[in-house]
Design a protein around this ligand. Structure first.
Ligand code: SF4
Ligand code: SF4
Length: 393
C-alpha cells in the first residue's frame, strides 16, 4: 500500500518525549503535564492552558542507572523512564500526576521527585489513589482523589481553570480525538485492512504523547487518505491477531509481530484504543468530574481491578474484540517483572484457550522489543500453528 502522508511525521514526533508539537504548545504558554498511567483521566490534564504527555522512553539503550536506583527485579518500563529522567529527558515537564496504581511506577516517580531529576521552575509531583473495584463507593473515592490531588494542585500551582465548563470542553476535545481514532481503527475490521496494526499504533500512540488539538487536522486528513487507499491484493500476513497486555509504548513491537506474519488488528493494551479511545458519555445528570471518573472506572481493563466481576469482564471484553475484529488468535504480552500483567497473562492464557477456545500466545518481553529475535520466532511459530489448525479445521 502507498505510504500514509503523515506517518513519517508522527514517527518522528514519537522519537522524543519533548517533540516539536510539545515544544509548540509550550511556546504558546501551555503547561506540559506528565502522566504515567491510564488511570489518571486524560481530560483532567488537557484542561485549558495545559496538556497531557504520557511518559515513554523512546530509543532506550542502556537502563543501568535506572536499574541502580530501582534494582533489576522491577519492571523495565519503570527503569527506562527513570533512566530517561536521569538523562534530563523530562526537563520540559511542568508536573507529573501519578496514581497509586502500580507500585513499581510509583517508585520510579518517587525517585524522580527525591533526586530532583526534573528541575523546571514550578515543577511539582502529585500522587492520587485510584480504585481497585468498580462500585459506587470506589467511584466517590476516585472523584475525591481526582479533585484533591489533580485538579486542586493544578489550580493552585498554575491557576488552571478546573470549572465544569472547562472540564466539559476538555471532554469534548477528548471525544473528538476518540471518534477520529475509532473511525481510523475500524478499517482494521476489514477482511483486507486498509491500515496496518503498525500504522494505526503510530497514530494512536501520538494521541497519548502530543497535545491533542495539534493532531486533529492530521487525523482528519489521514481518515480521508485511508478511505481512498487501495489495498495490496496479497498482504503476506498469515493470521489476524489481537494484542493484549501491559504498556506498548513503542510501535516497533507491532512491526516485529507483523513482520513475523501476524497482522495486529486489535490493540487491547495500555496506550491502545480498546478501550483507551472510547468516548466519554456526558449526557447524564451527573457532574462532569463524576462522569469522567465513572467512564474510566467502568471501561478500565487494567488487571489492577482485582474483583471477580472485573476479571470476568476483562475476559469477555477480549472475547468481544476477538469477534468484532475476526481474529485467528490472541497474543498476551507483558513487560518483564510486571506483577499485574504477570498474573493476568498466566490466568487468561488458560481461560481464553480452554473456556473460550482461542489459540493464545503468551509472551513476557523486554521493554525494548523492536529487535527481539525471540519474539519474531515465537510469533512465526504461532502463525504456523494457526495455519495447521486451519488446514485441519
Ligand atoms: S497497565 Fe494498569 S497500572 Fe499499568 S499503566 Fe496501564 S492502567 Fe496503569
Ligand atoms: S508494565 Fe506493569 S509494572 Fe510496569 S509500569 Fe506497567 S503496570 Fe507497572
Amino acid at each position: 500500500m502507498k505510504d500514509l502522508r503523515h506517518l513519517y511525521t508522527l514517527e518522528n514526533y514519537l522519537q522524543e518525549a519533548n517533540n516539536d508539537l510539545v515544544r509548540q504548545a509550550q511556546s504558546e504558554g501551555r503547561y506540559a503535564l506528565g502522566s504515567v498511567c491510564s488511570q489518571i483521566p486524560e481530560p483532567l490534564l488537557d484542561l485549558p492552558n495545559c496538556f497531557c504527555v504520557r511518559l515513554r522512553a523512546p530509543r532506550t539503550g542502556s537502563i543501568e542507572m535506572g536499574t541502580y536506583y530501582m534494582s533489576s527485579i522491577l519492571c523495565e518500563c519503570c527503569r527506562a523512564i527513570l533512566e530517561r529522567a536521569i538523562e534530563g529527558g523530562y526537563g520540559f515537564l511542568d508536573a507529573i500526576l501519578a496514581p497509586d496504581a502500580c507500585a513499581q511506577m510509583n517508585r520510579c516517580v518517587e525517585n524522580i521527585e527525591h533526586n530532583h531529576f526534573c528541575e523546571k521552575e514550578g515543577f511539582f509531583i502529585s500522587y492520587a489513589d485510584v480504585p481497585m473495584k468498580c462500585d459506587e463507593t470506589a467511584l466517590k473515592h476516585y472523584v475525591k482523589q481526582m479533585r484533591l490531588h489533580i485538579l486542586e494542585p493544578l489550580k493552585e500551582h498554575y491557576g488552571i481553570d478546573c470549572s465544569d465548563t472547562a472540564l466539559r470542553q476538555a471532554v469534548e476535545q477528548y471525544n473528538e480525538i476518540c471518534e477520529l481514532l475509532t473511525t481510523l481503527g475500524d478499517y482494521r475490521k476489514e477482511e483486507n485492512p486498509r491500515i496496518t496494526g503498525y500504522e494505526y499504533a503510530v497514530f494512536c500512540l501520538a494521541s497519548y504523547c502530543c497535545p491533542k488539538d495539534k493532531l486533529i487536522p492530521i487525523y482528519k486528513e489521514t481518515i480521508e487518505e485511508v478511505k481512498n487507499r487501495k489495498q495490496d491484493e496479497k498482504t503476506g500476513y498469515r493470521a489476524r491477531v489481537a494484542l493484549i497486555g501491559s504498556e506498548v509504548d513503542d510501535a516497533e513491537l507491532i512491526r516485529v509481530i507483523e513482520e513475523a506474519g501476524a497482522l495486529v488488528v486489535a490493540d487491547r493494551y495500555c496506550f491502545g484504543s480498546l478501550p483507551g479511545r472510547a468516548v466519554i458519555d456526558l449526557s447524564t445528570d451527573e457532574d462532569v468530574l463524576t462522569a469522567i471518573c465513572r467512564h474510566y472506572m467502568v471501561t478500565g481493563q487494567c488487571p489492577r481491578f482485582m474483583d471477580t466481576a472485573k476479571i470476568q469482564e476483562r475476559q469477555s471484553y477480549v472475547d468481544q474484540i476477538a469477534r468484532d475484529y475476526k481474529v485467528d488468535g490472541l497474543i498476551y504480552q507483558q513487560i518483564k517483572f510486571c506483577d499485574y500483567w504477570g498474573y493476568e497473562r498466566a490466568h487468561a492464557f488458560h481461560v481464553m484457550r480452554d473456556q473460550y477456545g482461542y489459540p493464545v500466545l503468551s509472551i513476557d518481553r523486554p521493554y525494548v522489543a523492536g529487535s527481539s529475535g525471540q519474539i519474531r520466532t515465537r510469533v512465526q511459530a504461532f502463525c504456523e500453528s494457526l495455519e495447521v489448525k486451519r488446514l485441519k479445521g
